[in-house]
Design a protein around this ligand. Structure first.
Ligand code: ZN
Length: 320
């Protein structure tokens, strides 16, 4: 029997990063159609001619952040085993009919299902990334953007959960519960739900759908690259690094990402996990009123700003 009182628990999802192949289409979809705020417009730190977009709530709270690498010529990927195959957003109670009408207006087909007593609407973004909306009674304490295209009573309040598809749940589930401190809270048919921290806030659930027959996914446009979980500070992150290494997993050194610090490791089911610090956050280089308006470059690229801006894709072109 483990001593649960001293067990560390991951507090929630920090961000989810996906791949797409048109920066312009991606930007318009997430800001105009879904009403999220672009909280940071920067470049891929390893590939500065590619944007890196971060969408979220007004200040960019961990648990609300969906990020994209829009590689313009990236062929479509294939969703499958070893990937996060569903990204679910929280919406307020009684918002689901509004969203169904909105998806119809946007000519996006959707399906609905009941999942653990909650109504879920499933649809895909313009590049095939699987998205979901889940109504909740307990809204997390986050601030939707006051200039959102969506009225505040309906607006997205960060993540509800992420779903991974795996060929086998057993070993990955042990990592979640024994190492990362999550709690198995529900299961039905092929789906098992794990809860982080106290279950309050955005992004506190991680679901695994087990299907031994699903072929492995292939990275490309419309697929998730990785999921990041939160560390509240650097001390917590260092502790996680030790705990994960002690489990025999290959965890990276701490990498500075300007808006957070990161460690990465791959879980046995194939999903790339990251643990990212809450601080310093997205207000480190921009005022809250101006988040996402200007291209923010890390210091190492600032001297090349003109050249980089010229080569980045046009974000003002009309989208058909
Ligand atoms: Zn990340």
């Amino acid at each position: 029997m483990k001593n649960n009182q001293t067990k560390e628990i991951i507090p929630g999802i920090h961000h989810i990063t996906a791949i797409t192949n048109s920066a312009n289409v991606n930007l318009k979809f997430y800001t105009e159609a879904l009403g999220l705020r672009l909280v940071k417009k920067t470049v891929n730190f390893d590939d500065p001619y590619t944007y890196h977009f971060y969408y979220g709530d007004e200040p960019g709270t961990p648990g609300t952040i969906l990020t994209f690498f829009p590689w313009e010529n990236m062929p479509p990927g294939k969703q499958g085993a070893g990937q996060v195959t569903g990204i679910a957003f929280l919406i307020p109670q009684h918002a689901i009919d509004f969203w169904k009408s909105r998806l119809e207006e946007l000519r996006l087909s959707f399906e609905t299902e009941k999942r653990f007593d909650e109504e879920v609407v499933r649809f895909a973004d313009p590049h095939g990334l699987s998205l979901e909306l889940v109504e909740t009674k307990r809204l997390p304490d986050i601030r939707p953007w006051d200039r959102s295209t969506i009225p505040p009573q309906y607006s997205i309040r960060g993540f509800h959960s992420a779903t991974a598809t795996l060929n086998s749940v057993t070993e990955s589930a042990m990592l979640l519960t024994d190492t990362l401190g999550m709690q198995k809270v529900a299961s039905a048919e092929k789906r098992t739900r794990f809860q982080m921290a106290t279950g309050v806030g955005s992004g506190v659930y991680y679901d695994i759908v087990e299907n031994p027959d699903v072929p492995g996914g292939r990275m490309g446009s419309g697929t998730v690259h990785h999921i990041a979980f939160r560390a509240r500070n650097d001390t917590e992150q260092k502790r996680w690094q030790k705990i994960i290494a002690a489990r025999g997993l290959n965890v990276t050194p701490i990498i500075h990402r300007k808006y957070f610090r990161s460690i990465y490791f791959r879980e046995s089911g194939g999903v790339l996990f990251e643990i990212a610090t809450d601080p310093p956050g997205f207000l480190i280089d921009e005022d809250i009123s101006k988040l996402g308006e200007k291209l923010m470059l890390p210091d190492c690229y600032e001297s090349r700003r003109q050249e980089i801006e010229k080569r980045l894709p046009d974000l003002d072109a009309a989208v058909a």
